[in-house]
Design a protein around this ligand. Sequence first.
Ligand code: UD1
Ligand code: CA
Length: 512
Amino acid sequence: MSEPHSRTVVVLAAGEGKRMKSSLPKVLHPLLGRTLVGHVLNAAGPLAAVRTLVVVGHGADQVRDHLAWTAPEAIAVHQAEQLGTGHAVRIALEAAPEVTGTVVVLNGDVPLLRPETVAELVASHENEGAAATVLAAEVPDPTGLGRIVRDGAGRLEQIVEQRDATPDQLALREINAGIYAFDAARLRDVLSKVSTDNDQGEEYLTDVFKMLVSAGEPVGVHLAGDHTETLGCNDRVELAALRRLLRDRVNERWMRAGVSLRDPETTWIDVTVALDRDAVVDQNTQLCGGSVVGSGAVVGPDVTLIDTVVGPGATILRSHAVGAEVGPGASVGPYAYLRPAARLAERSKVGTFVEVKNSEIGAGSKVPHLTYVGDATIGEQSNIGAASVFVNYDGVKKHRTVIGSHARTGADNMFVAPVEVGDGAYTAAGSVIIENVPAGAMGVARARQRNIEGWVLERRAGTAAAEAAEQALRGGTKDAPAPTSSASEGEAIHGTAASVGGTHGAGDTATE
Ligand code: UD1
Ligand code: CA
């Protein structure tokens, strides 16, 4: 067996992508979890290259920054002027004179390329001992692409660009995908001789093929089984088409792996997401970034998850979550917003119109309705009353609220942080809690109600309200409310506490 070839990957990413009409370099446009260039680098992953060179030019700083955190091992090579694909590879090799073995060149804008396809191309190239091998595809519409021109015996003769092709060549449907394997030494030698004698006055990498052929060097063509892998991206219409193709590919993979997608056409799963068997994803749902969905969890309809981990058996309905953790069996939504570091323990609940940020909600605890929970720790089996706000911001700093376990806080509470409500404590509806509530205590912090008898009859005489009141008072003296304005302070507090204990008390809005 011959010794393994050392491999160098060269990604061409210096072009502007004019037709994208974007301030973002084309190769940085996102496509289901990675940038275009990110997909291409991923496709080259299994080659175990000794080095990866990325030719940058337009938006070089942006591309460099992106590489620094997504592919730190990649080396950016600057191409100040985009003088053609041949020029780009030439300067990459000049920047790395030590390169020997196999050079794999990939266009930076071919994101659907599969790693297996690149591996097959390189294996066929190395096994044949070829000087150069091109990845080709039979496409329904070759417009704009370089054509593979073969001789009578079916051997590659040359690659001709659309604009330099004869009418006969234009009719060919076998195209150059822009993915190649080369023998480093022979590539280096012939690249130095590439001319700019073509319609664009550029150094074409593709010219290397006809030069090697006329020098009698062995060149090969590797045909891709699935031509969609070789699709490039030149404008945003093509980007959207690629996105649909990738969506279908990703969705098919998950369905075959045991995940139910109720409406695959409206389900968009980033390539970086993981789902367990028997997870269910309902329609109009986007799963993005590092999101993970556990077994038996039901996500959707109408859910967006970004970098959010959903435990087994949890349900998320019509909600948006970023950087959150939803524990096993927990329930979220409809219409919840989970923000970074929202951590919901097992069987907890975050209900309708509830926003949670940087907070832990303990096992079995519930925040059912119309509430903001920010910078809080809530223990286990507690219940937060409807329409409450964890008032975490004093205008300068954020502060924490701590609610214990088995607590029952009343509806319409403000927890003015820093503040604590102890284990088993209650708070009365409508309270502004600014002082700690000890374990087992009832915190009441609201003005006492005062009824001014007959006010409407006197001040709003002649209105429908006054008439209704008059009728009620006339007809039902027995049911008329007793005067309360004379109640003492002690009675009022006793009254509140008593009503909390009843079924229609201070905290009842939130109990389930
Ligand atoms: C190229 C091929 C064509 C092939 C097609 C597949 C050439 C001459 N033609 O055409 O045969 O069918 O790809 O998509 O190679 N780039 C640089 N520096 C440059 C020029 C280009 O880095 O000076 C990069 C671009 O950013 C892009 C890639 O090289 O990622 C391809 O360049 P592009 O101009 O898109 O080539 P095509 O005309 O598409
Ligand atoms: Ca292109």
